[in-house]
Design a protein around this ligand. Structure first.
Ligand SMILES: [Zn+2]
Length: 600
């Protein structure tokens, strides 16, 4: 069943920062929700483009490079590869997962900057910049250290405080000093460029108000509150690692770059353009960005709402000439604003904040080395931080894996397919259906509507609970109908029961595909399917003409399989299946908690 008018849907998960591996708290906020949503939308017949990449500029990467005595590019290369591998192993169906250090991204960022400047939404302003009194040279922000004026942390950097996370200017620091030689920097007037956010107060307000009732209430409330205090924001920085400022006298300066947050949000557009070029139709991205009927969904943790609900929309509005200063669109045309900013709350771990520095953490790679990817995806769907801060505990992970994946869904698949394989060897045809048979099939049919409706609105918890309810009904049916008692007395009725149960298994497999793509593929094959049911991503190495090569995630995810029941075919051979999920021993909890304690 394909909708008459398939929609173009952009799925835009946040850009992970390439200064280290990502932990499960991160991916539960952007990658997994975006993938569940996108997989559903494709099955509903819509045209999905999911793009993102690693965010690779900014101070933390240069600080780490300094520490290791290597270049920022080498740090970015290392973690781009680590993060891309993790996300591919999670089964995240990116059409393109790229990075912000591509030539394409630089060119798109500079075009957005230039048009915003031409339309009057970027302006230069004299501001105080630091120089070293002994050398007279610009002192980059990261080389200035001092006490945070907000939290009192004694080693805050000139661009942000790592303790409280607030963005700072070097002049905000109390007792600023050079990290190179300890001298007190001299602040002199320098020119920087600012994004004129107050020019968008009115148009952003009207746009956000129009989202009432559609967005998650926390996200909308937070976004509306931001409007009370819109101030111009510096978008160039004293930095040597970033996108060059596309202006005469600035372009070649090694010490002035575009600030990382300004270029990172442009990644959604530049990655769409890169995807189109790689697909062979350089204008293909426009169907997702210029057509006003296209929709776009941005997935992130709540610390990123400001950038997606305020700053990026302001940049898009300014580019189109739709702020208070007017203007005309640049060559990319009028670009769509987000349809929804789908922000998650925080995941904590055993009652504490995830912290890489304090090692309160489990990285994606370590998790997947020890446990099934679908067990993690299931946990995020059913118990993730969708609407409130949520604690990940190992005991709850083990409980849900054992009681829900193994004992409910895995058990249904195993008992129905095993019994049919052992007693018949193929999918049996049905005889006349009873009221109980009709009731189960109707439960399945209705679940497609309700699970689909929840998924289309990123209500993952409701969606998976509805799908698991259909699984529980099928388990109950199988127990009540007890086909094993009919082997001798009524084999025809036994075959009908098995047909109905296997149809319910097939339906549940379809409904669980957005959440559990790996195991759904396995169930598809158990029931005689061949080829790819739920496309999984792959990593390819690409380059730009003459530039260095880099890995990207891509894949083919569109198929003819739709969000609807598919009648199973009588006579399809069945083999006795292997268990879908592994039961976890309670000792897992003790081992993982000991590991956490040992890290500290
Ligand atoms: Zn602070």
């Amino acid at each position: 069943m394909s909708p008459a008018n398939p929609k173009h849907i952009l799925a835009a998960p946040a850009w992970p920062y390439a200064n280290g591996p990502r932990h499960i708290g991160h991916v539960s906020g952007f990658a997994i929700p975006s993938d569940m949503f996108s997989r559903y939308q494709r099955m509903a017949g819509n045209k999905v483009l999911m793009v993102s990449g690693t965010d690779e500029h900014g101070t933390p990467i240069t600080v780490q490079a300094d520490k290791e005595g290597i270049s920022p590019r080498e740090v970015a290369d290392r973690y781009n590869e680590v993060i891309a591998t993790d996300l591919a192993n999670l089964g995240i169906s990116y059409d393109l997962f790229t990075r912000t250090t591509t030539r394409n991204h630089y060119a798109v960022t500079q075009e957005i900057f230039s048009t915003l400047l031409r339309n009057g939404y970027i302006f230069p302003k004299a501001t105080l910049g630091a120089i070293s009194p002994s050398t007279g040279r610009t002192l980059p922000d990261r080389y200035i250290e001092g006490t945070c004026p907000i939290c009192g942390y004694p080693s805050a950097r000139g661009d942000q405080c790592d303790n409280c996370g607030n963005q700072l200017d070097p002049t905000d620091l109390i007792n600023p000093r050079s990290r190179i030689n300890g001298e007190t920097p001299l602040f002199v007037e320098q020119e920087h460029y600012f994004l004129d956010l107050p020019a968008f107060t009115e148009v952003l307000g009207a746009w956000l108000q129009s989202k009432s009732g559609q967005w998650r209430p926390n996200v909308l409330k937070f976004s509306l509150n931001l409007l009370d205090d819109l101030r111009p924001r510096a978008i160039t920085r004293d930095l040597d690692w970033g996108v060059p400022v596309p202006l005469d006298g600035w372009r070649d300066r090694p010490d002035k770059k575009i600030y990382v947050w300004f270029d990172a949000v442009i990644g959604y557009l530049s990655a769409s353009i890169e995807w189109a070029r790689r697909s062979g139709d350089p204008d293909a991205w426009r169907a997702w960005w210029n057509d006003p009927s296209a929709e776009s969904y941005y997935f992130m943790g709540k610390d990123n709402i400001t950038f997606h609900a305020e700053i990026w929309p302001a940049m898009l509005l300014g580019y189109a000439g739709r702020g208070s200063k007017g203007g005309t669109p640049g060559p990319f045309g009028i670009l769509n604003l987000p349809t929804e900013v789908v922000s998650s709350e925080y995941l904590t771990m055993e009652g504490r904040k995830f912290s890489s520095s304090r090692q309160v953490v489990i990285y994606v790679r370590d998790f997947l080395d020890r446990y099934d990817v679908d067990a993690l995806r299931y946990y995020v769907a059913v118990a993730g931080p969708e609407n409130q801060d949520t604690d990940f505990t190992w005991s709850e992970f083990v409980r849900r894996n054992n009681d829900e994946l193994v004992a409910t869904w895995g058990n249904l698949v195993n008992r129905a397919v095993s019994f049919a394989a052992r007693n018949i060897g193929s999918i049996p045809g049905p005889g006349e259906l009873t009221a109980a048979d009709h009731a189960l099939l109707e439960t399945s049919r209705q679940a497609f509507d309700s699970v689909g409706e929840h998924l289309s609105r990123s209500r993952f918890k409701f969606a998976i609970n509805e799908a698991m309810h259909a699984v529980a009904e099928a388990n109950k049916y199988f127990s009540e109908q007890a086909p094993w008692k009919l082997r001798e007395s009524d084999p025809a009725r036994m075959r009908t029961i098995l047909h109905v149960a296997l149809q319910a298994v097939d339906d549940a497999k379809t409904m669980l595909t957005p959440f559990l793509p790996r195991s759904s593929q396995a169930v598809y094959e158990m029931l005689g399917g061949t080829g790819s049911w739920s496309g999984l991503p792959r990593i390819e190495t690409v380059d730009e003409e003459g530039g260095p090569s880099y890995p990207v995630i891509t894949g083919s995810y569109d198929s003819s399989f739709r969000w609807a029941t598919r009648p199973i075919a009588a006579g399809t051979p069945l083999a006795v299946p292997v268990p879908l999920f592994a039961k976890l021993d309670q000792s897992v909890v003790d081992e993982e908690i000991a590991r956490l304690a040992g890290n500290e």
